[in-house]
Design a protein around this ligand. Sequence first.
Ligand code: APR
Ligand code: ZN
Length: 374
Amino acid sequence: NTLGKTITCRAAIAWAKNSPLLIEEVQVEPPKSGEVRIKMISSGICGSDDHVLKGELVVNFPLIPGHEGAGIVESVGDGVCSVKPGDKVLILIIPQCRECDACLHPKGNFCDKQDVLPCSGVMLDGTSRFSCRGQKIYHSFRTSSFTEYTVVPEIATVKIDDAAPMDKVCLISCGFPTGYGAAVNSAKVTPGSTCVVFGLGGVGSAIVMGCKASGACRIIGVDINEEKFPRARALGVTDCLNPNKLEKPVQEVVMEMTGVGVDFAFEAIGLIDTMVAAWNSCNNSYGVCLIAGLAPSDAQLSLEAPKILSGKTLKGVCLGDYKTRDCIPQIVTDYLQNKINIDPLVTYQLPFNQLHEALELFHSGKAIRCVLLF
Ligand code: APR
Ligand code: ZN
């Protein structure tokens, strides 16, 4: 029985930026008031984790990365009532406190208690639950998932259906709703519309699925890695473009292909250049550009100011604009009822101790998502 005790288990630690992850023995303290300790079952590797490891986001090291996770509640701290030991749960990079301005607003979902912008790496009380050889280890986005056990705030986890296949549903913790929701919930892609999706990784592929489900008739996919194209076509992309192989800037090619620009443009990479290209691919009058990629901490976006007058819309979208604890469990249920299908995104599954092979699959672009199994 581990109740109330510190658990020693394996976790991946990034000791510094750009240094290889090391699987270490760590101590995971019991959950404090308002916190939940979770036995991880599966975790995806998401673009945001890569931004952290490369130092593109300002974070505190050493840390345990990962945030796209599914697990089973091991124990709960005082006052926790929305989950109990034994529950299947997802962890949430964007929590839902139901008290802050964003949570109380009908549309807002960027809860004040998130730890992405900026990243403190500590729990809501300012301390960490992880240590290794006596040294404090930081959390990542208050959700670290590359660990056999994690501790998260109650507001950053949600119970899901008991029948959920735990080796896959981790993708519904972040990548799938981030992309799918950007298309169906935030942009509200219309039937017969033309879309362009920059980046055909996990998030971009889920955007493609959302565009397709919404009845888009043309979906242009943009990626510098052509290994992504066959899978993207299978999901609904009608035209694939590799910007490195074009004679002109990609936005000019999109303009020529469509004549008037696209109805909806999505950026799912996290680079300034592709954000500008997405914006310039939109129809000048009614085009909508959605940014789902997370840009580096110090990046500034510069656009031609006069063109903003012509009527097009620029919008950021985080986790598909879903209020996470309210909406994520329903996405799991929709998956169980075959209303959506995340299976095409789970291209590899590997045991946690093959983390480095999984990262290699991610970096080479061979995987859309490689799920780690604990
Ligand atoms: N132009 C076009 N495509 C690019 C470029 C570029 N300059 N650079 C990278 N890509 C492609 C990669 O080849 C990859 O297919 O972008 C894709 C990114 O996908 P993933 O690495 O799987 O990342 P993902 O998890 O989809 O996240 C994408 O969304 O939520 C954010 O923080 C996340 O910024 C990240 C973005
Ligand atoms: Zn909130």
